[in-house]
Design a protein around this ligand. Structure first.
Ligand code: HXC
Length: 260
């Protein structure tokens, strides 16, 4: 990817990224490391972490991998403690761990709904709460990966829509409560991103063509688009930006073509 930002934009920062092994958040994690951050990545599954660690170390970056389920507060606290033991601090927290599947509301079990809310919403709170003292010390910041699903309504996605609405509420609330501690809290709401596993599974060629015609800027997003938005928000260029969920969707949700 062509670098649009200075390579040292995050030099000296330590970024703790949940779900940082794969997908959109994996891209954000890699981009942060490419721009000077020391990385700690966490995922429920150990095997999701090895690839990213190898990638980052391959270009000379630092990557500390620690397995934890964001639903388990004690496990999250332990992962944060291990990261601080390893790097001495945390400056940036990215909440990217998320669960998702398509299911009609009348077929979704209470446990299915609760599982996604537990991962996305409760998991985001758990990580923010457990990293508070470290972020207060570093005057750090939080970046929550959200979606645009809940701006209108997205069939088959009631669980994720509710969960991400909760994430957006956490972004706003913590920006207000923790601003006085020097902590910025922002979010990113990606639109239809074509190079994710989920989108590749979902998009038959005919559907893709049809959707593309309805995206105002005339193309699908790429993970790199989200990486660039995350680099901006994480950098000092966004020092006065907090409580914002930045929509990166080529204008899609305004026309009701979010599919995210
Ligand atoms: C209906 C389902 C289901 C499905 C799980 N459940 N998958 N219900 N359709 N396809 C139900 C189960 O039946 C169960 O309820 C409950 O959810 C918990 O399921 P488990 O498998 O026991 O839970 P767990 O192992 O914790 O994991 C569940 C999961 C996992 C989180 C959904 O399958 C997963 O991680 N999926 C993919 C993650 C992913 O794609 N992440 C990227 C997210 S992208 P019962 O009642 O039977 O006990 C993203 C962006 C949003 O979030 C916008 C994109 C469009």
């Amino acid at each position: 990817m062509k670098k649009l930002f200075a390579e040292n934009i995050l030099q000296g920062k330590v970024a703790f990224v949940t779900g940082g092994g794969t997908g959109i958040t994996g891209g954000v994690a890699r981009a942060f490391a490419e721009h000077g951050a020391k990385l700690a990545i966490t995922s429920r599954k150990e095997e999701n972490l090895a690839g990213m660690k190898a990638t980052v170390e391959g270009f000379g970056g630092e990557c500390f991998a620690v397995a934890a389920d964001v639903r388990d507060f004690d496990a999250v606290e332990a992962a944060i403690a291990k990261t601080v033991e390893h790097y001495g601090k945390i400056d940036i927290v990215v909440n990217g761990a998320a669960g998702n599947f398509l299911c009609a509301a009348e077929q979704l079990s209470a446990n299915g709904f609760g599982t996604v809310v537990d991962i996305d919403t409760k998991g985001t709170f758990n990580v923010c709460r457990a990293s508070f003292e470290e972020l207060k010390r570093s005057k750090g910041q939080i970046l929550n990966i959200s979606a645009t699903l809940h701006y209108l309504a997205t069939p088959m996605q009631i669980h994720v829509s509710a969960a991400k609405a909760g994430v957006d509420a956490i972004t706003r609330n913590l920006s207000v409560e923790w601003g006085r501690h020097g902590i910025r809290v922002n979010g990113i709401a990606p639109g239809p991103i074509e190079d994710t596993e989920g989108m590749k599974r979902l998009l038959m060629p005919e559907l893709k063509e049809k959707m593309m015609r309805k995206i105002p800027v005339g193309r699908f997003g790429r993970i790199a688009d989200i990486e660039n938005a995350a680099l901006f928000l994480a950098s000092d260029a966004a020092n006065y930006v907090t409580g914002v969920t930045l929509v990166v969707d080529g204008g899609s949700w305004l026309l009701g073509t979010s599919l995210t």
